[in-house]
Design a protein around this ligand. Structure first.
Ligand code: URA
Length: 234
């Protein structure tokens, strides 16, 4: 891989800035200053340093973000702040969010460059449970939980797959927990609407084995631990 591509993929700088840094002698490969940014390097074997700091090659990266309300789940947006804008440290260019949370939804969002894992977590075939906490206004139909279990008509071609609804409190707004194995557009909001309520607050708590770290405030993030990544892969 070209040196400038390797460094831009690892999130050091843009390729044009990297070329400039090379010309200024700020980049070393295997201990020697390297002024040619088109040099071929082996990301796993060569030692690449920028201003004396080694840039390690990581094939895959995984972050857990506590998404705040008010940012969009996208990689780039010309007008709105995106979840990737919240990752402030050096970040590689191929990261993307796994699945979509609405702009006003908070909570667990996995950000990675691992396309295979993402496809598996999102595929309805794999039945990966996604658990949400919601605050709901309105009178829910008395058999709402049974309807969730049976599958609901929310105006799509097919009914929803069986889902769990647990009502935690009965005062307004009611607190509920919902577990789905799909990820349709506005799914929680539409399912609650189908049983007589309106979601006024929504937060994702978990996705498969991955649970939102309670020490992360909205807008904060951290890398997944090796154990968390392993657990997600099984
Ligand atoms: N369901 C919704 O309605 N919104 C989300 O953001 C996630 C699930």
């Amino acid at each position: 891989m070209r040196l400038d591509r390797f460094l831009s993929e690892m999130g050091v700088e843009t390729r044009s800035r990297i070329r400039e840094m090379c010309r200024k002698g700020r980049i070393k490969v295997n201990g020697t200053v390297q002024k040619k940014s088109d040099l071929q390097v082996s990301p796993e074997d060569d030692i690449v340093e920028v201003d004396g700091e080694r840039i390690l090659f990581a094939a895959k990266e995984y972050y857990m973000l506590n998404k705040p309300a008010g940012v969009v789940t996208a990689t780039v947006d010309t007008r709105e702040k995106t979840v990737l804008d919240l990752l402030t440290e050096r970040k590689r260019k191929d990261l993307f969010p796994v699945g979509r949370l609405d702009k006003d939804t908070e909570g667990l969002l996995l950000i990675t460059n691992d396309g295979e894992l993402s496809a598996r977590l999102l595929s309805p075939k794999h039945h990966v449970p996604k658990k949400y906490y919601a605050e709901v206004r309105g009178e829910l139909q008395p058999d709402a939980a049974e309807q969730f279990l049976k599958g609901l008509d929310i105006g799509d071609e097919k009914e929803t797959l069986p889902a769990e609804l647990v009502i935690l409190t009965s005062e307004e707004p009611k607190e509920v927990e919902i577990t789905l194995t799909e990820g349709r557009y506005h799914q929680v909001k539409r399912m609650i609407e189908a049983v007589g309520g309106e979601v006024v607050y929504l937060k994702r708590l978990s996705m498969g084995s991955l649970t939102l770290d309670p020490s992360l405030s909205p807008g904060e993030y951290r890398k997944l631990t090796e154990e968390e990544v392993e657990m997600l892969r099984v």
